[in-house]
Every structure is written in structure tokens, then in C-alpha cells.
Design a protein around this ligand. Structure first.
Ligand code: GLN
Length: 539
């Protein structure tokens, strides 16, 4: 039977609940436990797939093709594990399945209500995510007191008494503000937040206190007393120099002791040695490299979370600070690539949707190609390599992706209306297909070409597995023409073009997949690692 650790948030959002949950999970995993992770989102969207990255940050894609909250990415990066669809659900999914069951006659005779039906569905989904694990760490999105979070709170409260549940532990993450004028740290918001939790019937057993300043012993004692937790269960979480330092700082405060005592986990001695040495290289690296990151969602860097984290992972393994020079693709259109990218060691064009900034990305690609600067193009960043090559090398005027010009005379990137999905089922799509859940999603195999940068990056692997999230594909009708002119297909999956490179360039790679989704602190993604090496000129 599974034990459950619930992580709730109080006072305000953005306190790093996801990193907290991931850190606790990491310590338990490194103690030899089989740990599962689950994020519950109270919004009504079925998944974040149709939300703007500026609204919600990145959409993280799981191996089995679910579009999930970006915290799932944190879990994977910390626990070095591929989690599945079941690691994230939303209010929208809960209601959908209850309503579907009601229509099918699954509740005949009953009035369907939030309690017990919606809450029951939530409990079932949590237990499903927990099955097979020693411990499931569950992070509740939102903040205590939110109206939409109430059914989730009720569900986790009920689980305390569930016979199929081997134990529960409640962690509350809150903020301890520092009032400058008074020169004091304040515990009142935390007390109120805990009171609100208790009103719902949940007494947290641990407080994780986010604070800009260290908490004095007496303050901790007072906090423990007023929040009704034991003295060793107030854990201080100061702003960390890197999120990967958080598990280690928790460990130093013996966070596992009260958890183990309550859940009966025995003596826990996590092995964090390798982790710690990677963290040291993130904090104080020997080398530095500057990557020009060309994108368009620069107002919210969370939109590129997995990619920026993957650069940190690669940096840690190469003892290098990978500094990102953020370049707005629309600005490239106005000011040219050279001015904005001239100081960079390499150029990265990330994925994206929609017309805005596309021409700037094409200029950045042209600049990297012509000046022989290491270049990695991811998803849209690869598609635009084809467009750029077509226009500037093949001389195909007006070449484009049909995403941006439906009537282009040269659709280098097009919509295939017919392909086999992950499960081997035939997928049909047109311009009229619904937007939600119709992308090519999740892990697909990719065969690499001998002698290519791609195969070399993956240590000679003939078949690699990476994750996708896109609607359009490179058009094979132009393959011969491109290859003749020096742009070679170096990755393929079932006839689909997954990677391209050019001859006569030290390091120029475009991949249709998103390598960043499989990068973890301990195992950085090979293609991104090779890109950072190329940026350092150590290949
Ligand atoms: N917009 C492109 C597509 O849908 C690329 C998507 C991406 O970069 N993730 O195919």
C-alpha cells in the first residue's frame, strides 16, 4: 500500500511548491524508495495544451504524449524518471470523466454532486497515480483558500481515513515576509493560512517557510508552536542559488526525520554525493559560454523552462556556466542578427507557434549558417532551417511553412493529414481539426544517419527516442533537392524527417523533436550536451 505526502501552498503563489515537492521526492528516491509524483491543477482546461505559454509557462510533454503542467518537468529533472499521463490531472479532466460516466448511465438514480462524486473521482485518480509506488508526493496547484481548490482539499482530507492508504503527511509551503520598516520577519500570514487549512480539516505536519532571510531559532519555535507542528518540522527555504541546491539544503535541516517518523519509513540516508558535486559545478563553474537564445515568449522565461534547465544540466556536466543571451526574434527583424548575436558563441532557435517573430528566427539561422556558428534548431527551429535554406540556397522564392503562409509556392513544412501515432493508430487531421490534443505528441523513435552530428551526439546510437509536440512536418517532397544542395536528413522516423544538418559547417543541427524534455540534472540530453560542447569548441 502506498503512503502519501501532500504539498499545499499558502499565502501566495509562485513560492516554488513544485521544486519543494520535487526535492522531497528526490531525497526519498535517493534513499532507495520507489517514489511517484503527481501534480493536481485546479483549472478547468482539460490540459494546458491550448494555453498561451505567456499565461501558463511551458507545456511539458510526457513520454506517453500528455501535455502537462511544467512542474512535471521539474519532477522528471529532479527524480531522473519519466513520469506518465497519470502524473498530472486538472479539474477539467475530473469533471469530464464524471459527466461522461453520468451520460453513460454510470450513476443511474443518483444526483451527481461535488461531494461525493467529484471528490470521489479525485481520490480515485490520486490512488491510481500512487499505485505501485512506496510513496506518492502530491502537489496541489493554487493556494489554500482558492474556491476552485476546495474539492481537492476535501479529497486529501478524506484520504487520511482511507483504508487503502498506508499513511499521509501534509506539508504546507508558505511565505515569511520581511517588513523592512519594522526590521522583522512576520509569521502572521502563515498562521492564517494554516488556520484556513485546519478549518477544512487538514492539520499540516510540516511548514516549509520561504524567506529571504534566515529564520532565527526563536522565530522557528514560535512558528512551530502557533502552527501546531513539532519543533523539527519547520524547514527554512531561503532563495537558492540554483533550484538543484534545494534538496541538499532540506537534507541539512533533517527534513526526512519527521516525515519518516510519521510515515514509518525507517532510517533514511539519501546518497546525494554525485548530486552535490553537480550542484557545485552549477554554482561555481570553471568555464563560461554564451548562447544566443532566439525566441518570442521572452516576457515569461518559464515558457522555455525545460530548455533553460537543460542548458544548466549540460553546463553542470561540462563545468561551464551557460549564459543565455535572450534575443527577441521580432527585434532581429528590426535590427538584424549580427548586432544581437555577434557576441554569442552559438545560436539556439527554440520551438514556437504562430507567425510572430518567424522572419527574425530565419535571419538568425541564416546568420549562424553563413558565419559557421554552432546552431541548434528545435522543432520550429528546425522547420525554419528548411525555409531559410530553400529561400537563400535553393533560391525558392516565397518558401515557407504552411503554418505561416497557406498559399506558399514552396511548402517546405506542411501538414500531413495522415500518419501513424505513437500507438500505431492512423491519425487524420486537416486545418479544421480541433486544436486540443491534435499535435504529434510524445515519444517516437528516430533513426540516426551514420557519420552525422546527431548520431555522434548520442554516442553512436542507431535509434534514439525523443519527445514531440508539433502539428506540422518537414515536407519530404523537397528532400532530394535539399540533399543535393547540402542539407542532409540525418534523423528519420517512419518516413518522417526528424533531423537535418548541412555539410560544410562545424555544427549545424535541427531536430523536429524537443530534446529538452528528456534532460535531467544527472543525465543531460545528448544533443543539447553536444551543442554546448560545440559552443565551447571542445568537440
Ligand atoms: N508550430 C510548429 C508546429 O506546430 C512548431 C511547434 C514547436 O516548435 N513546438 O509544427
Amino acid at each position: 500500500m502506498t503512503k502519501y505526502i501532500f504539498v499545499t501552498g499558502g499565502v501566495l503563489s509562485s513560492l516554488g511548491k513544485g521544486v519543494t515537492a520535487a526535492s522531497v521526492g528526490t531525497l526519498l528516491k535517493h534513499s532507495g524508495k520507489n517514489v511517484g509524483m503527481l501534480k493536481i491543477d485546479p483549472y478547468i482546461n482539460v490540459d494546458p495544451g491550448t494555453m498561451s505559454p505567456l499565461e501558463h509557462g511551458e507545456v511539458f510533454v510526457t513520454k506517453d504524449g500528455a501535455e502537462t503542467d511544467l512542474d512535471i518537468g521539474n519532477y522528471e529533472r529532479f527524480l531522473d524518471t519519466s513520469f506518465l499521463k497519470s502524473s498530472n490531472f486538472t479539474t477539467g479532466q475530473v469533471y469530464s470523466s464524471v459527466i461522461e460516466r453520468e451520460r453513460a448511465g454510470g450513476y443511474l438514480g443518483q444526483t451527481i454532486q461535488v461531494v461525493p462524486h467529484i471528490v470521489g473521482e479525485i481520490v480515485n485518480r490520486i490512488k491510481e497515480a500512487g499505485s505501485g509506488h512506496d510513496i506518492l508526493v502530491v502537489e496541489l496547484g493554487g493556494t489554500v483558500g482558492d474556491i476552485e481548490g476546495l474539492p481537492f482539499m476535501e479529497a486529501i482530507r478524506q484520504m487520511k481515513h482511507d483504508e487503502e492508504v498506508a499513511g499521509t503527511f501534509f506539508i504546507h509551503v508558505t511565505l515569511i515576509p520581511f517588513i523592512k520598516a519594522a526590521g522583522e520577519l512576520k509569521s502572521k500570514p502563515t498562521q492564517h493560512s494554516v488556520q484556513e487549512l485546519r478549518r477544512i480539516g487538514i492539520t499540516p505536519q510540516m511548514i516549509i517557510a520561504r524567506s529571504e532571510y534566515p529564520l532565527p531559532k526563536t522565530f522557528k519555535k514560535k512558528l512551530a508552536m502557533s502552527c501546531d507542528v513539532s519543533g523539527d518540522s519547520v524547514i527554512e527555504a531561503l532563495d537558492a542559488s540554483t533550484i538543484y541546491d534545494v534538496p541538499v539544503t532540506f537534507l541539512r535541516q533533517n527534513i526526512l526525520k519527521p516525515i519518516s517518523k510519521e510515515l514509518g519509513l525507517g532510517e533514511l540516508n539519501p546518497d546525494m554525493e554525485e548530486w552535490d558535486s553537480l550542484v557545485k559545478k552549477i554554482v561555481q563553474p570553471k568555464n563560461k559560454v554564451v548562447v544566443g537564445f532566439v525566441g518570442k515568449y521572452l516576457e515569461l522565461k518559464e515558457a522555455y523552462k525545460s530548455l533553460t534547465e537543460s542548458l544548466i544540466h549540460c553546463g553542470a556536466h561540462l563545468d561551464t556556466r551557460v549564459e543565455i543571451n535572450w534575443v527577441d526574434s521580432e527585434e532581429v527583424e528590426e535590427r538584424g542578427a549580427e548586432v544581437l548575436l555577434g557576441d554569442c558563441d552559438s545560436v539556439l532557435v527554440a520551438g514556437g507557434f504562430g507567425n510572430r517573430g518567424v522572419e527574425g528566427k530565419i535571419l538568425a539561422i541564416q546568420y549562424a549558417r553563413e558565419n559557421k556558428i554552432p546552431y541548434l534548431g528545435i522543432c520550429l527551429g528546425m522547420q525554419l532551417m528548411l525555409v531559410e535554406y530553400a529561400r537563400n540556397v535553393l533560391g525558392l522564392e516565397g518558401a515557407n511553412s504552411i503554418e505561416f503562409d497557406e498559399n506558399t509556392p514552396h511548402p517546405m513544412v506542411y501538414l500531413i493529414d495522415n500518419f501513424l501515432d505513437q500507438a500505431g493508430d492512423r491519425q487524420l487531421r486537416t486545418h479544421q481539426s480541433p486544436m486540443g490534443g491534435t499535435l504529434r505528441l510524445g515519444e517516437y523513435p528516430c533513426n540516426t544517419k551514420e557519420g552525422s552530428i546527431l548520431r555522434e551526439a548520442y554516442n553512436g546510437e542507431k535509434t534514439i527516442h525523443e519527445r514531440h509536440r508539433h502539428r506540422y512536418e518537414a515536407n519530404p517532397a523537397y528532400r532530394e533537392q535539399l540533399e543535393k544542395a547540402g542539407m542532409v536528413v540525418t534523423g528519420e522516423s517512419n518516413g518522417l524527417i526528424e533531423a537535418v544538418e548541412i555539410e560544410d559547417h562545424p555544427w549545424f543541427l535541427g531536430v523536429q523533436f524537443h530534446p529538452e524534455f528528456t534532460s535531467r540534472l544527472q543525465t543531460p540530453n545528448p544533443s543539447i550536451l553536444a551543442f554546448v560542447k560545440a559552443s565551447l569548441s571542445i568537440l
